[in-house]
Write a protein that binds this ligand. Structure first.
Ligand SMILES: [Zn+2]
Length: 120
């Protein structure tokens, strides 16, 4: 098989099996969370210029998210409240379910917020 032919075959396969592939990779990430975090931290340390570009692109793509976070940080104090999910650990993060409602947040501990993110 020629290289181009080979690439086209895989492109077509990936396109047709997109949902299955995405599901598998989400599952893999879920089962290897520690490894993923370690590799991400390592990569970010080694590629500061790429991180800068990524951060900027993220900001452009998710302006409403950054805006909502800013409003929530200014107006909703965490204080000594407990996590609204587990009620065990101290709430250290604010979780938005709708970025169009910046003041509607759930106060969560790190663990519950991470679990929430994995679900997405
Ligand atoms: Zn919690």
């Amino acid at each position: 098989m020629e290289r181009e032919e080979y690439l086209n075959y895989h492109r077509k396969y990936n396109r047709e099996h997109k949902n299955k592939i995405n599901k598998q990779s989400r599952e893999w990430v879920r089962n290897n969370a520690k490894k993923v975090t370690e590799n991400t931290i390592k990569w970010r340390k080694e590629n500061p210029e790429k991180v800068k570009i990524q951060n900027h692109n993220n900001y452009i793509r998710n302006k409403e998210k950054y805006y909502a976070r800013g409003i929530a940080q200014k107006n909703i104090k965490l204080g000594e409240k407990l996590c609204q999910r587990c009620n065990k650990r101290k709430a250290v993060e604010r979780h938005h379910t709708d970025y169009n409602k910046p003041l509607e947040v759930e106060l969560l501990c790190k663990k519950c917020h991470d679990e929430e993110r994995v679900k997405l």
